[in-house]
Design a protein around this ligand. Structure first.
Ligand SMILES: [Zn+2]
Length: 250
C-alpha cells in the first residue's frame, strides 16, 4: 500500500473519480492539506466520506495576510475532529513574495504554536526560504516536521534530517532536469522519506504538465527506487511505515 502524504484532492476536476482510481493504483491512504481558512470545512467533509482520507489544517504563506485570531480559534476548534492528523501546509514562500516576509513569518510561527498546543505534526511549505524556514522551525522546538515538496540541496536535507525532520519528494524527482531532487533522493536515508503527489500540481513524468492525481504516485516511488538502486517494494513499504507513524494513522 502506498500513501500520498500531500494531495489537494478537492482541487481536482473530479475528486471522487481520482480517489477511486487511486485505490485501484494501490494508494491506501491520502493526506489532504488545506492552504486557506475557507477550505477547512470542504476538506473535512471530503475526508469524512472516505475512511482512507485524512485532513491537515493550515494557512499557506500566500494567504498569510488573511490569518487572524479568528482563524487560530477555528483551527483549534476543528482540530478536535478525529480526521485532522496535522497542521499544514504552513511555512514561507519567498518565490511568490518577498514583500511580506514579516506577515509570512507571523502566520507561520502562530500555526507552529497551534501545532504544539495540539501536539500535532506539521507539514511545511518552503519555497526559496530555506534558511528562515529552518531557523523558525528550530526555534519552535516542534518535533514532528515534514518538509513537503522538498527543494533544498543534499546538504540542507542532511541538516533537516539531523533535526529529526522528514522529507517528502514528489513528481519533480521524475523530471529529467531535476538534478538536485535526484541527488536528494539518492542520498537520503530511506527512513526519513515520504512520498507525495501535491496534486493537482507537478504531475510526474510522463504526465508532466497534465492534472496530477494520487494514482501517479507509483511513478515517484519507481524513480526513487531506481535512483537508490533498491527494490520498488522497499520504497513503498518503508515510506508507508514512516507516514503511518508520522501522522499516527493505521
Ligand atoms: Zn500543497
Amino acid at each position: 500500500m502506498l500513501i500520498d502524504t500531500h494531495a489537494h484532492i478537492y482541487m481536482l476536476e473530479n475528486p471522487a473519480e481520482a480517489i477511486e482510481e487511486a485505490f485501484v493504483a494501490g494508494v491506501g491512504r491520502m493526506i489532504v492539506p488545506t492552504a486557506a481558512e475557507d477550505e477547512f470545512e470542504t476538506v473535512l467533509e471530503l475526508c469524512h466520506k472516505y475512511d482512507e482520507l485524512y485532513a491537515l489544517l493550515g494557512v499557506h504563506p500566500e494567504d498569510c495576510e488573511k490569518f487572524s485570531d479568528k482563524t487560530a480559534s477555528k483551527m483549534l476548534e476543528l482540530a478536535h475532529d478525529p480526521k485532522v492528523v496535522g497542521i499544514g501546509e504552513i511555512g514561507l514562500d519567498y518565490h511568490y513574495s518577498k514583500e511580506n516576509k514579516t506577515a509570512q513569518k507571523n502566520c507561520f510561527i502562530n500555526q507552529l504554536e497551534i501545532a504544539k498546543k495540539l501536539n500535532l505534526p506539521v507539514v511545511i511549505h518552503d519555497r526559496d526560504a530555506h534558511l528562515d524556514t529552518f531557523e523558525i522551525l528550530r526555534e519552535s522546538k516542534v518535533q514532528n516536521v515534514l518538509l513537503h515538496c522538498f527543494s533544498g540541496s543534499v546538504e540542507f536535507m542532511k541538516q533537516c534530517c539531523n533535526m529529526g525532520y522528514k522529507i517528502a519528494l514528489g513528481g519533480v524527482v521524475t523530471f529529467k532536469n531535476a538534478k538536485t531532487a535526484k541527488e536528494v533522493a539518492e542520498a537520503i536515508d530511506l527512513g526519513d522519506l515520504m512520498l507525495e503527489t501535491d496534486c493537482p500540481y507537478l504531475a510526474p513524468h510522463p504526465y508532466r504538465g497534465e492534472e496530477n492525481s494520487p494514482k501517479y504516485i507509483g511513478f515517484i516511488a519507481k524513480e526513487i527506487a531506481n535512483l537508490k538502486n533498491i527494490p520498488y517494494d522497499s520504497v513503498v513499504s518503508k515510506t508507508t511505515e514512516t507516514a503511518k507513524k508520522f501522522f499516527n494513522i493505521d
